[in-house]
Design a binder for this molecule. Sequence first.
Ligand SMILES: NC(=O)c1ccc[n+]([C@@H]2O[C@H](COP(=O)([O-])OP(=O)(O)OC[C@H]3O[C@@H](n4cnc5c(N)ncnc54)[C@H](OP(=O)(O)O)[C@@H]3O)[C@@H](O)[C@H]2O)c1
Length: 247
Amino acid sequence: MAEGLVVSKFSKPADLIVTKRNLSTIQHLKDKKIQISTGNKQAVKKSDVIILAVKPFQVAGVLEEIKDELTSAKLFISVVTGVTIAEIDGIIKKKLPMFRAMPNTAIAIQQSMTCLCSQHASIAQVNYVTELFSTVGKVVTIDEELMEAATILGACGTAYAMRYIRANIQGGIEIGFDAATASLIAAQTVKGAADLLLIKGTHPEQEIDKVTTPKGCTIAGLNEMEHQGFSSSLIRGVVTSYRKIAK
Ligand SMILES: NC(=O)c1ccc[n+]([C@@H]2O[C@H](COP(=O)([O-])OP(=O)(O)OC[C@H]3O[C@@H](n4cnc5c(N)ncnc54)[C@H](OP(=O)(O)O)[C@@H]3O)[C@@H](O)[C@H]2O)c1
């Protein structure tokens, strides 16, 4: 996220402080003039915007450490899965502009899909945080009650897409391509298919109609996939993942 914000020129590297306990894994950020530190409290004190990105079980400890430095003049953004704004409020025991964001790993290449919700934030603050995440991908504002669903579709969705691409690669090898060529064709084809929807705003079925010749190979393969439960297995996978985290 830090690197994305610098690459997109949203932030100057020297304005960013990245904290963690073991700094050896983020020395490369220091080389890029981003500040690195183990001091959460001091970093929060010096900052206007705080992004919390620890594992859910680490949240309470970090919030206890920094809560005295959190004031209503600061913006607080949590990307932690499954921890609600009310739960954060309950630990810090004060109300400040609070955001939950659910980005995905494509944030590393400024191609995240980030779902955002907020509480106690002004329109200007919502616009600022939307702009922040827009520099590293696309942003949609949702109700907080949809954050778990956003985790499944937006963040777990990366893994689902990877499995789909991997299966295509395996099929591609069986019909004659070497692994590297099959990987390139499968990944770029999925990227192009996604861009058709994003850029043209069409429905998937409209794009499918364009490549399914009557009695042709595409419809024969697609129908066989459906006979084997393709769409149904994906929907059931999404719902199973959701049931695992829904409260
Ligand atoms: N990966 C995703 O696609 C994704 C998407 C959306 C949201 N999320 C959420 O984002 C959060 C982080 O995920 P991740 O995959 O980035 O996990 P991660 O790689 O384990 O990162 C957590 C980081 O927190 C640091 N940390 C832990 N305790 C700390 C403390 N007391 N003070 C300072 N730093 C501390 C860890 O470094 P040290 O151990 O060195 O301190 C580590 O760098 C999770 O809640 C996850 O659910 C992840």
